[in-house]
Structure formats: structure tokens, C-alpha cells
Design a protein around this ligand. Structure first.
Ligand code: ASP
Length: 346
């Protein structure tokens, strides 16, 4: 490319876009369109940066599917103009949001990098500058005239992860995210090192970007705990209009095998509700049938979430429900890696 790469910085809210008023000590949002003035270092990067900001930036705790669509539409509407995108959101729900965006785009050929920070950009000890500057560098990185990253990534504290493999693991430390079941795509030290063999590559012949925005949010996460009662389980499974359940089980996908529990699940699956088994463990995989306590789940046709994170199970479920698939096809596509979010059965 003869010209400098063009990067669009999308600010949705979160701590990163705040500065400290040193007179009052309070954190306040600043006009993100002035970012180039606030962080002069950005001018030294070898790219042209444009910014776009939510009119009313949000704390990411208020994130929802409407905002997912808003972010995705900004990317889609600017896709042919820019070479890469850096999306700034609060870290609290960044794994959910970035996972959802990864499903909303099929055949993505440009980098979409999510980042944020634990301390506001105006704080003296901020982690925001490094996160932002390196994210932009990653979004600019090219090889053989092609972007190196062609998927949705999440960059935080020297590591680029596949976004749909991440979980926020720390509310305090700069190293706020982990990707327990997939290694980092890139690491930033003296050099920016890309782990080429781990990068997502679209294997279909199709190169046209496909955008999907029909997300269904009538779903629930049901986390098991010892002592959970039939009243609680049945109340949740009988929510009016419920379309999907993410069942957070123990260890390698185990659940109580008491008759009432299996029967309740079986009934809800028969009614056409999609039920996915994911593990409560931070790392590792569901292995249906490994223990007796998961054989019944397998028999009643529960979907095997293997090593998917809960955040990504939520995003993938919202996306696949919007596709109006038969129950059989839903299971097939949920268990199949679509954006590198789940490992193949070993
Ligand atoms: N509560 C903030 C948010 O997620 C925290 C952060 O920005 O990291 O929007």
C-alpha cells in the first residue's frame, strides 16, 4: 500500500475515555474527538487516524444488543474506507461485545481490535496509552499487502487475544483479561510478535463481507451450584418466550443426575429451547459422557459447548437464534467453530 493505513477509532465509552479533573479529583468523560490533541504520541504512528464516538458514551455495564448493532453498523458503513478498526469499550463487558461482533461479520478481511483500560487515559499511571497505541499498531500491521489480523481481536496489557476466547479475570490489575483455551495471537515486547500459525483465516472462497444483525436475546445463563432446587430450575426454564439456555455445569460438563433435573431439561429441549453445556471452569473443556454425571445430558441432546467461554456462548446463541435454524442445525452450527471460538473435539 502506497499510502498510510487508515484507521477508524470507535469510542463507545468506558474508563479509557475519561480524564481526571485534578482540581476536584473526579473522573469525567472528555470529548473523544480531541483524542489526537490529548495524546500527541498518536501523531507519530505511521497511519491516518479518524475517530467516531457515541454521542452519549456508555459504561459497558449498560451494553446490549442494540449497541452491538450500532458498533457493527459503524464498522460496516466504513468498511471500504478504512484499513482497520479499533473499538474502545469499557472492559467490564468487552468479551461479550467483541464476541458478538465476531459473529455478526462473516468473511472479515480487516482487523477489528477491541481495547480499553483499567485507568483513565488522563491518569498519570494509565494503562490506556499503551493499550491504545499498540492496538492501533496491530490494526495497521500488514504483510504482503494484506492485513496480518483478519478477525476480531482484544488487546490488553501486551497481549492480543482472539476476542471470542477471552474473559475478564481481574477488576484491578492491568492484566484484566485471559484466554485460557487459546494462546495469544500476538505479544508486544521490544517487538510486536505475531503468532502467525494461530491467526484466523477464512477458508471459504467467498470474500464478500456478510453482515448479520438479527440477534435474539431471549436467553438465560443457568449456573449450577450444589443445593440448587427444582423450584429455581423450573422457574428459570419456564420463562415465557425463552429461546436458549447456557447451562454452566461443573468440571468437564457434569451436572446433578437426579431425575427431576434431567426431566426438566429434557422437557425444555423437547419444547425447542436450545440448551448448551458449558463448564464453570475457567479453562478446559466439556467432555460429554466422560463421567456418569454427564451421560444423561448427552442422551437428552444437550449441545456440547466444549471449550467455549460463557461470554461467547451467549454471543453465539444470540447470533444463531437469529438465523432461524432447525434444532438439529442449531446444534450442528453451535458445535462447529465458525470464528475460531471453539476447539474441535480432540
Ligand atoms: N465500568 C467500566 C466499563 O466497563 C470499566 C472499564 O471501562 O473498564 O465501562
Amino acid at each position: 500500500m502506497a499510502n498510510k493505513p487508515k484507521i477508524l477509532l470507535v469510542y463507545t465509552g468506558g474508563t479509557i475515555g475519561m480524564i481526571k479533573d485534578y482540581q476536584t479529583g473526579a473522573l469525567k468523560a472528555f470529548d473523544f474527538n480531541q483524542i489526537l490533541e490529548k495524546i500527541p504520541e498518536l501523531k507519530h504512528l505511521n497511519c491516518d487516524i479518524a475517530t467516531i464516538s457515541f454521542e452519549e458514551p456508555i459504561d459497558s455495564s449498560n451494553m446490549n444488543t442494540g449497541y452491538y448493532v450500532k458498533i457493527a453498523e459503524i464498522i460496516k458503513n466504513n468498511y471500504s474506507i478504512y484499513d482497520g478498526f479499533v473499538v474502545l469499550t469499557g472492559s467490564d463487558t468487552m468479551s461479550y461485545t467483541s464476541s458478538a461482533i465476531s459473529f455478526m461479520f462473516e468473511n472479515l478481511q480487516k482487523p477489528v481490535i477491541f481495547t480499553g483500560s483499567q485507568l483513565p487515559i488522563g491518569d498519570l499511571r494509565t494503562d490506556a496509552k499503551e493499550n491504545l497505541i499498540t492496538s492501533i499498531e496491530i490494526a495497521c500491521a500488514r504483510e504482503n499487502n494484506q492485513p496480518i489480523i483478519r478477525e476480531v481481536g482484544l488487546y490488553f496489557e501486551y497481549k492480543l487475544y482472539r476476542a471470542n476466547r477471552t474473559t475478564k479475570i481481574n477488576a484491578e490489575q492491568f492484566e484484566a483479561f485471559a484466554s485460557m483455551n487459546y494462546p495469544p495471537l500476538a505479544e508486544s515486547g521490544v517487538h510486536l510478535h505475531f503468532n502467525q500459525h494461530l491467526l484466523f483465516r477464512n477458508d471459504s472462497e467467498e470474500s464478500q463481507l456478510i453482515f448479520r444483525k438479527n440477534l435474539i436475546d431471549d436467553i438465560v445463563i443457568l449456573k449450577l451450584f450444589p443445593g440448587i432446587t427444582p423450584k429455581v430450575v423450573d422457574t428459570i426454564l419456564n420463562i415465557n418466550g425463552l429461546r436458549g439456555v447456557i447451562l454452566e455445569t461443573y468440571g468437564s460438563g457434569n451436572a446433578l443426575n437426579e431425575e427431576w433435573f434431567i426431566k426438566s431439561l429434557e422437557e425444555v429441549i423437547k419444547k425447542g429451547v436450545q440448551v448448551v453445556n458449558v463448564t464453570q471452569c475457567a479453562g478446559g473443556s466439556v467432555i460429554l459422557g466422560l463421567y456418569e454425571t454427564s451421560t444423561d445430558l448427552k442422551r437428552i441432546g444437550i449441545i456440547n459447548g466444549r471449550d467455549i467461554t460463557t461470554e461467547t456462548a451467549v454471543a453465539k446463541m444470540m447470533y444463531l437464534l437469529g438465523e432461524n435454524l432447525s434444532q438439529e442445525d442449531f446444534k450442528y452450527y453451535f458445535e462447529k467453530p465458525l470464528r475460531g471460538e471453539i476447539s474441535l473435539q480432540s
